[in-house]
Design a protein around this ligand. Sequence first.
Ligand code: ATP
Length: 258
Amino acid sequence: MLEARLLTKIYGGEGGMPPQRAVNGFHLSIHPGEWVGVMGPSGSGKTSLLRMLGTLDLPTSGELWFRGRELTALSPEERAHFRRCHLGFIFQDFRLLEALTLRENTWLPLVLAGEDPSVMQERSDAMAAALGLENGWHRYPRHASGGEKQRAAAIRAMIHRPDLVLADEPTGNLDSKASRALLSAMDTLRQEYGSAILMVTHDPVAASRCERVLFIRDGTLMTEIRRGEDRQDFLRRILTVVSAMGGERLDLEGMGLS
Ligand SMILES: Nc1ncnc2c1ncn2[C@@H]1O[C@H](COP(=O)(O)OP(=O)(O)OP(=O)(O)O)[C@@H](O)[C@H]1O
């Protein structure tokens, strides 16, 4: 469905600043309904990769294709239209509009698609109930907790049933119960509507929900591991790669693993 070919992002290089090669010749194919995790130490290029896959940033070189269409050849307006129709984003910093309540914020993709208001309300209320968001639902972002805002941002990313959800640390502001609820909601969307998910995460437990996890370092794919039948075994293998790559402090006790 989405294919990245030799995707490279180099920042800077002007005014005597040394160029920073954040992503280096990345190849990746994402299939419909697939759940892919991306892990790697801080500064390894995860967000840069996600932003290019989401057409928010153009690569310095390389190509991005979606169902036979070259996204890297589109105009900024065409890319924006593509994003609205096919993608959903969950950012670390929520990006909610302050003038709207959490509930109203989640309607935006459907407003842009010209959807009927009753569909918006029905869908968003059902998703809020699934994520335990009834309490904060009518608050404005400035009066909501980080976890409430994160859940609203996730509903907004998924409400239009996009082909691909790009999520940057979607569970970063949530406790373990809310994390599980959000990951389950993402899984439901994936299974019911065939949406694929690409999720950047530092959390090995969240990563173990994925079908495969890519490990990146210095902008390069180091290794990829796939989930088999046994999720605990997958989690153990993720932990082994994370500790072998270094750069992460693992709170094994907090994960209930020691
Ligand atoms: N807009 C930018 N301008 C210049 N350098 C940048 C920019 N964005 C990222 N970088 C640099 O590119 C490298 C990769 O950054 P990126 O944010 O993609 O990594 P990351 O793996 O997502 O990190 P983290 O886990 O800390 O969010 C880093 O060295 C970072 O400083």
